[in-house]
Ligand binder design. Structure first.
Ligand SMILES: Cc1ncc(COP(=O)(O)O)c(C=O)c1O
Length: 404
């Protein structure tokens, strides 16, 4: 049903260059887009240029659109099974893109990584148990810990010259009081792609203290060459047994509105415990479009993704060049993965309130403000660069007008 695209580029497929795939500006207003249609509720402003929430302004790969169109044309949208062919497509994708061989029986699906992490917190810890989270970090990862009545233990990352690094002394001091550690790999914000050496050391420590690892790898496919994503669980069988990995086709292929994610849980009893929680909440299967979209993406989206990564790299370079030229007081942390640009604005000496006022009211620009990611994020902003170049340039122009 879905011929694999391995080894072919999109240009070879006759579908054009990266520029023609991603340069087209598509008006998303009026499509119930959170990013474009919900800024009044979130920021108090309707007329702001939206470079905040992490989805892309690009259409999904043509093969995914075609598969979904075929499904829509059928017209009957009853309860849907998760077919073995989807599991096979995920396994082949992990093998091809991440050199990670998994058993299809390890896979459990969920409507999102966030609900899957929530289920894992419930399955693998008790109220009051300690959960370590590196900060600053994607907010739901620590909100979930609090909302489940677990004890949130932040281990602040240190900003080194290139990107974030783990404060090993701090981590070693905190692990003995923890049941779980939530890893964001690659890390959001900052786009740090944790190296095999860092993951080895982390895994060793978690094994030593009996801490189970929830590895959110939703941004893994968006690792920017020459960086290479190393799945935590792929490093050693002991790490696989002591972890659950959460992934999705939704960030990679811009399918967030379809809502699909997969958990890889190699240990049988852990996997059963996870499923029991899903069942307790009445979750049994994915929606019809999630199943079709995910399988088409994993089977056919490889060359589209390569072209996307090249385009994103150019956008990131364009943003870096603009900042260096026009806003030298700002420091861009170059992402090793993700399309999210984390910018240190502390050199301006402004409070977050003033930063917000200038960006939203003077610049008419909506970005993510750093304190949303935890206390260590204060003074930073996160800019989403997954958009056609003209959209990015307009955002940068507004940033320059607000902060220049
Ligand atoms: C690190 C991370 N995890 C999870 C998510 C959201 O996952 P989902 O939409 O599958 O719940 C995001 C979205 O930005 C994210 O950055």
């Amino acid at each position: 049903m879905f011929p694999s695209d391995e080894g072919k580029s999109h240009a070879q497929n006759g579908e054009g260059t990266a520029a023609s795939l991603f340069d087209r500006v598509i008006d998303r207003r009026g499509t119930l887009s959170v990013k474009w249609d919900d800024t009044k509720r979130v920021f108090g402003h309707e007329d702001v240029w939206p470079m905040w929430v992490a989805d892309m302004d690009f259409p999904a790969p043509p093969e995914v659109q075609e598969a979904l169109q075929r499904r829509v044309e059928h017209g009957v949208f009853g309860y849907t099974v998760i077919p073995d062919s989807l599991k096979e497509a995920v396994c082949q994708w992990l093998e091809r893109r991440h050199d990670w061989t998994i058993d299809p029986s390890w896979l459990v699906f969920a409507p999102g990584v966030v609900p899957a992490v929530a289920a894992a917190i419930e399955a693998f810890s008790e109220p009051g148990d300690g959960v370590v989270v590196f900060s600053p970090v994607y907010r739901p990862l620590f909100d979930l810990v609090r909302r489940h009545g677990r004890t949130l233990i932040f281990s602040p990352l240190r900003l080194a010259e290139e990107n974030y690094v783990i404060d090993w002394n701090d981590l070693e001091a905190k692990l003995p009081g923890a049941k779980l550690l939530i890893l964001c790999h690659p890390h959001n914000p900052g786009g740090k792609s944790w190296t095999a050496a860092e993951l080895e050391r982390l895994g060793e420590l978690c094994l030593k203290h009996g801490v189970f690892v929830l590895s959110d790898e939703i941004h893994a496919d968006l690792t920017l060459p020459p960086h290479q994503h190393v799945p935590f669980a792929a490093l050693r069988p002991e790490f696989a047994a002591q972890s659950a990995t959460f992934r999705a086709p939704t960030k990679t292929f811009n399918l967030a509105g379809l809502q699909a994610a997969e958990a890889v849980i190699p240990d049988d009893s852990r996997r059963r415990a996870f499923r029991r929680i899903q069942q307790r909440h009445g979750f049994f299967t994915l929606n019809a479009f999630a199943v079709v979209g995910a399988e088409a993406a994993y089977r056919c989206g490889g060359s589209w993704l390569d072209a996307l990564l090249a385009y994103l790299q150019e956008n990131i370079e364009a943003a870096a060049a603009y900042l260096a030229d026009r806003l030298p007081a700002l420091h861009l942390i170059r992402p090793q993965a993700t399309y999210l640009i984390w910018i240190d604005c502390r050199g301006l000496g402004l409070s977050e309130e003033e930063l917000k006022r200038r960006l939203l009211e003077s610049g008419k620009l909506a970005v993510e403000f750093g304190s949303k990611f935890g206390p260590e994020g204060a003074g930073f902003i996160r800019l989403n660069a997954a958009c056609p170049r003209p959209t990015l340039e307009e955002g940068l122009r507004r940033l320059g007008a607000a902060l220049g």
